[in-house]
Design a binder for this molecule. Structure first.
Ligand SMILES: *[C@@H]1O[C@H](CO)[C@@H](O)[C@H](O)[C@H]1NC(C)=O
Length: 391
C-alpha cells in the first residue's frame, strides 16, 4: 500500500509539474490574459493535497483557470508586451509582486468551520479581547474573572503550567482560545500571540494577570466608561490590603475615572508625567486597538517581564495625560498572590521567586537604557540636541 500510495503521489507531483510548466508556457505564449492569473502554481499545489480527487481535480482546476484566462483575452485591447510586471511598493513588505486585491494583511482569532460556505462561518465576531496568563492553581479565581466578561469578548488563556484540559470543566473554556507554552510570562505571550495585525478586529484588548479580585468589576460597563472619557490605555482602580506601589493606580472612591494624582513629595518632576499622570501599571492593562499597535512594538522580545513598560506607555498616545487613566467606578482588588516564582528555578539554594525578582529588576534597567539610547540615537541622527528629560 505504501508503494502504491507513493506511486500515486509521484503521479500527482508529475502532473502538477506538467501543469505548472504548461501554465508558465501558456503565460509565455499567450501573455495577453489578465496578469493576475499567473498565480497558478500555488493553486495547483493546494489542490493536489486532495488525493482522492487527485488528478481530475487538478485538471479541472487548470482548465477552469485557462478558460477564464482566455475569456479575458477578448476584451483586452492593450498590447501584451506592454503589460507591466506587478510591483507595488505600497503592498506590505515582501508582497510587492502580488496584485493588492489578493493581499490579506490582517487576520483574526475567530474560529471557523471546516465545512459549508466560508461566508456563513462566523456566527459571532466579538469586538473585545481579554487574555489571562494562568496556572491551574488559580482556576477558581480565573473562572470568577472570566465570568465578568460577556459574550462580546474573545477569551484567550495563556497557560504557563501546561494544564489546559482541566479548564474544560467551565463552559466558557470550550469557546476560549488556549495557548500553552510552559514557564513563560505575560509579555512573552503578548509579544508572540497578540501581534497587532492578528488582534486588529478588537476595539479593546485586556491583558490581565490571574490574581485579580473582580467582585466590583463589569467589563461592558468598564468599556462604556473608557469610551466616554477617551482613555486609550487604562486600568481599573486598585484596592489592596497590602501597600500599593503607586498612588496613581489606587482607586478614588468618589470619581468615575482619574487621570492624575498627587504622589509623595519629590516623586514627580511634572504633574503631567509618571508617576503622577500618563501612567498605569501592567497587571490589568486595557489598550485601545491603536494604542496596542504602538505598545506591541515597544515590548522587547527578550525582556519578558515588561518592567518599565508602564512608565513608557505614555510614548504611545498623545496627549498622554489625557488618554491614560484609571477607572474608579469599575475596580478590582489586587490580591498579590505570590505567583512570581512559578516561572522561576531554584539556583544554588536560592528560592525561585528571588531569581525571578532579580531578573525583573535587571530587565527594568535594560529597558530604561535601551529607550534612552534609542532616543539619543534618533536625535543625534537628526542633528538635534536631545532633551534631557528622558525618564
Ligand atoms: C454586546 O454588545 C452589543 C453591541 O454593542 C450590546 O448591545 C450588548 O448589550 C452587549 N452584550 C452585553 C452582555 O452587554
Amino acid at each position: 500500500n505504501g508503494t502504491r500510495r507513493s506511486k500515486k503521489g509521484m503521479k500527482l507531483v508529475f502532473s502538477a509539474v506538467v501543469g505548472v510548466c504548461s501554465g508558465y508556457l501558456f503565460v509565455i505564449f499567450f501573455p495577453a490574459f489578465n496578469i493576475t492569473k499567473i498565480n497558478l502554481p500555488s493553486s495547483v499545489a493546494s489542490y493536489i493535497e486532495d488525493q482522492s480527487a487527485g488528478i481530475t481535480t487538478t485538471r479541472t482546476l487548470l482548465n477552469h483557470e485557462w478558460t477564464s484566462a482566455n475569456s479575458h483575452k477578448d476584451n483586452s485591447d492593450s498590447k501584451y508586451d506592454e503589460i507591466p510586471k506587478i510591483y507595488l511598493s505600497t503592498n506590505p513588505k515582501g508582497t510587492e509582486r502580488l496584485p493588492p486585491g489578493i493581499v490579506v494583511p490582517e487576520t483574526d482569532l475567530y474560529p471557523q468551520r471546516s465545512w459549508g460556505e466560508p461566508s456563513e462561518d462566523l456566527t459571532s465576531q466579538p469586538r473585545y479581547l481579554v487574555t489571562f496568563t494562568v496556572g491551574i492553581a488559580q482556576k477558581a479565581n480565573v473562572d470568577a474573572a472570566v465570568k465578568k466578561f460577556s459574550d462580546n469578548f474573545t477569551i484567550m488563556l495563556f497557560h504557563y503550567d501546561g494544564h489546559t484540559t482541566e479548564w474544560d470543566e467551565f463552559e466558557w473554556s470550550k469557546r476560549a482560545i488556549h495557548v500553552s507554552v510552559r514557564k513563560q510570562t505575560k509579555w512573552w505571550y503578548a509579544k508572540r500571540f497578540l501581534h497587532p495585525d492578528v488582534v486588529s478586529r478588537y476595539e479593546y484588548i485586556f491583558i490581565w494577570d490571574e490574581d485579580l479580585g473582580v467582585e466590583h468589576f463589569n467589563a461592558e460597563a468598564y468599556i462604556e466608561i473608557v469610551r466616554k472619557h477617551g482613555l486609550e490605555i487604562s486600568q481599573p482602580g486598585l484596592e489592596s490590603d497590602k501597600k500599593i506601589a503607586w498612588r496613581m493606580t489606587k482607586r478614588h472612591s468618589d470619581q468615575e475615572v482619574h487621570k492624575e494624582t498627587k504622589e509623595r513629595p519629590g516623586w514627580c518632576t511634572d504633574p503631567h508625567l509618571p508617576p503622577c499622570a500618563a501612567f498605569v501599571e501592567i497587571m490589568a492593562t486595557v489598550f485601545s486597538r491603536n494604542a496596542w499597535r504602538c505598545v506591541w512594538y515597544m515590548v522587547q522580545n527578550d525582556l519578558v517581564h515588561g518592567w518599565g513598560l508602564d512608565l513608557a506607555l505614555r510614548r504611545c498616545v498623545e496627549p498622554a495625560h489625557e488618554k491614560i487613566g484609571v477607572v474608579d467606578a469599575q475596580w478590582i482588588v489586587h490580591q498579590a498572590i505570590p505567583s512570581l516564582g512559578n516561572q522561576g528555578k531554584a539556583v544554588k539554594g536560592r528560592a525561585p521567586w528571588k531569581g525571578v525578582k532579580a531578573r525583573c529588576n535587571l530587565e527594568w534597567g535594560m529597558f530604561r537604557s535601551r529607550l534612552a539610547d534609542a532616543e539619543k540615537a534618533y536625535y543625534l541622527e537628526k542633528g538635534i540636541t536631545p532633551p534631557n528629560s528622558t525618564r
